[in-house]
Design a protein around this ligand. Structure first.
Ligand code: GLR
Ligand code: MG
Length: 435
């Protein structure tokens, strides 16, 4: 028997490339997406010259943690994944001693220093797994224990939206058109189904008064009988409003997502309505699980490998959910193909994934990989090539980085309320509950 020369898996170099990616004017309860959104592309290069790629949030506070983190990686091995967490703790402690800020707001659930740190770790963890897979000639799913399905189902992520960003704002155009009422939402869902074959539909709510969103979901149920439907107002409603919505939509929803904020509110809504509740806001760290699960506040946990700290943590989370009889699926934020590949690999390894995962990917017309991932019948085929199975397009990466370098208009940090103020100068982030 012959054995190949073992690779030197020592990290020799780490490259961080912040970019700005075009984003359509998607509405949510806090405002509207800015025309460009920040992401961070991580490259980890081994002593043998193998490059692994990862992707995570790119706002300033993530970059401020990612940079000192990256500086400490050379000399470690790409296989030392457990060590990434201790390293992140060291970096965070050093930064807080130096007076660095450690929390940000927004729609990613309550942002804690812990979550920020884990989101940074996830970009490096994925890059290390990609490099290891490439060195060993194994797909990332094999490094996670092996896939249990060949394709991962995703849901269409419907948004109320304008046709274009406000006049005078530099932006890319797309052909989706506006969706601001039930007919517009149904037309958007139809386009998603025709273009990508999605079977499940999630509507981002919390934008219009609940009666209008209830009407939109009823219109979807009528237009797409038998298709799983979800509505997610990002905690914009009171318990009373949530119970009213649950009462009206309970028989057509697969689940209601984050109707109100916090475990006590979610527990009451779940108990009194009997409608399954999903979350990517109420439980976003391991520390929050025990209370929420034992109080029955959550029936479907939407993991997000970015803020749960990577693909291995996502599997651990899925195991905890299994133990509590809580369903598991995935949440997303604006992301590119590297993250979609990572999501697909880990989702392919999770037993009992009974709900289609969310993805923003169809809204993103730009990417940094040579071949975009494709949806067929609403699914992404699990890549079986080495690593993640994606190839970085250096020209595209460079162009999107140039855009980031050139930005002086505050786009390096996601701020949906600021984007809304361009159209509505009096807009302030609504207080919760909004209705
Ligand atoms: O499920 C969710 O809560 C999300 O997808 C959060 C995102 O920030 C979404 O609201 C968005 O992109 O506007
Ligand atoms: Mg959500």
């Amino acid at each position: 028997m012959t054995t190949g020369t073992p690779h030197d898996l020592t990290i020799a170099e780490v490259r961080l490339t912040p970019i700005l990616v075009s984003d359509p004017p998607l509405l949510n309860t806090q405002g509207v997406h800015q025309p460009y959104t920040p992401r961070l592309i991580v490259e980890v290069v081994t002593a043998d010259g193998i490059t692994g790629v990862g992707e995570t949030y790119g706002d300033t506070q993530y970059l401020e943690l990612a940079r000192p983190f990256a500086e400490r990686l050379p000399g470690r091995r790409v296989t030392d994944l457990g060590g990434l967490f201790a390293l992140a703790d060291e970096v965070a402690v050093d930064r807080s001693r130096a007076g660095g800020r450690l929390d940000v707001g927004g729609l990613r659930g309550v942002q804690t220093a812990d979550k920020l740190r884990l989101s940074v770790v996830s970009g490096f963890e994925v890059a290390c797994l990609d490099a290891t897979g490439k060195a060993l000639g194994l797909p990332v799913h094999a490094l996670l224990g092996g896939k249990v399905r060949d394709a991962v189902e995703y849901s269409a992520y419907l948004f109320y939206r304008w046709a274009d960003h406000p006049e005078g704002v530099a932006s890319e155009k797309d052909d989706w058109g506006a969706a601001l009422d039930p007919a517009g939402v149904v037309a958007q869902a139809r386009a998603f189904k025709e273009r990508y074959g999605f079977r499940s539909f999630k509507l981002k709510g919390g934008v219009f008064p609940p009666e209008e969103e209830i009407a939109a979901v009823h219109a979807l149920a009528e237009a797409f009988p038998g298709h799983p439907l979800r509505l997610d107002p990002n905690g914009a409603w009171s318990v009373e409003t949530s119970l009213k919505v649950a009462g009206e939509l309970g028989d057509v929803l697969e689940y209601l997502e984050d109707p109100a904020l916090g475990t006590p509110a979610m527990a009451r809504i779940a108990e009194e309505s009997g409608v399954p509740l999903a979350t990517n806001m109420c439980v976003t760290t391991f520390a929050e699980i025990q209370e929420a699960f034992t109080r029955g506040a959550v029936q479907v946990l939407l993991s997000d490998h970015h803020y749960w700290g990577g693909l291995r943590n996502t599997r651990e989370l899925a195991a905890v959910c299994r133990a509590f009889g809580v369903g598991v699926s995935m949440h997303s934020n604006t992301h590119l193909g590297i993250s979609l590949a990572a999501m697909t690999h880990v989702a392919s390894t999770v037993p009992g994934l009974h709900h289609a995962c969310d993805t923003h990917y169809p809204w993103q017309s730009e990417d940094v990989i040579t071949e975009r991932l494709v949806f067929r019948d609403g699914t992404v085929a699990v890549p079986d090539g080495p690593g993640l199975g994606v190839t970085l397009d250096r020209d595209r990466l460079g162009a999107l980085h140039e855009r980031w370098l050139a930005d002086d208009g505050g786009l390096r940090d996601r701020d949906d309320a600021a984007a809304m103020r361009v159209a509505d100068p009096g807009w302030t982030t609504p207080t919760v509950p909004r209705w």
